[in-house]
Design a protein. Structure first.
Lengths: 157, 48
């Protein structure tokens, strides 16, 4: 009886172990989609700041360029995730997932931090400031899911 | 009443977690490209 229970426990552990990478790939896709949504809100916010004369044309252009670079990095990340899924199916190896998360932090999150830092320099208050803070908090939360919250927070301080 | 409010709060929280309003990076790029062009038009018309 004890052996049967041990076997069942082992099978359960193996199932959980193989299920984990699929869950992580879903997490990667979900985090990317969330970040894209916040980035889009950031683009809309920049447009509002420009139209309200809080930022000049040159600053608006610089921030827009940052968002374009960020969006391209996001697309590259989504493509890498899709390719990994195509190559390995639902059981993407852990080291491949680790590489994907590394790319996500180095490319997508880091680029978003750069754009947010530029937005923070605009020193706006009121509704605009609140939106920037909300986006910042959201990016920190997503970065926190990858264990990078403290590094990102330091960059945004 | 309190239970209903709590349920509404829970629904709001769940609503925030789902990605119904999520956009793609392609849409972000298109939006950013439009923003980049803004203010560089010959005639400043069509600002919405």
């Amino acid at each position: 009886m004890k052996k049967i229970l041990t076997c069942l426990l082992l099978i359960y552990s193996l199932v959980m172990l193989t299920a984990c990478p699929a869950k992580s790939i879903e997490k990667a896709k979900s985090s990317s989609a969330k970040l894209a949504t916040y980035a889009n809100a950031g683009v809309d916010l920049t447009r509002d700041l420009f139209r309200s004369n809080f930022i000049n044309l040159a600053t608006k252009d610089k921030i827009a360029d940052g968002f374009i670079v960020l969006a391209k990095a996001g697309q590259a990340f989504d493509l890498a995730v899709a390719n990994a899924e195509k190559q390995y199916g639902p059981d993407v190896p852990k080291d491949v997932i680790g590489q994907l998360f590394g790319t996500f932090n180095a490319e997508v999150v880091a680029k978003f931090v750069t754009v947010l830092a530029a937005l923070k320099l605009t020193n706006v208050s009121g509704n605009f400031g609140a939106i920037i803070e909300t986006i910042k908090t959201a990016v920190l939360l997503i970065a926190g899911a990858f264990g990078k919250r403290s590094i990102v927070a330091a960059q945004l301080a | 009443m309190e239970i209903i409010q709590r349920l509404q709060l829970l629904m709001t929280l769940i609503g925030n977690v789902t990605l119904q309003d999520a956009v793609t990076w392609l849409e972000v790029e298109a939006n950013a490209e439009r923003l980049r062009k803004e203010g560089h038009e010959e005639a400043p018309e069509g600002r919405t």
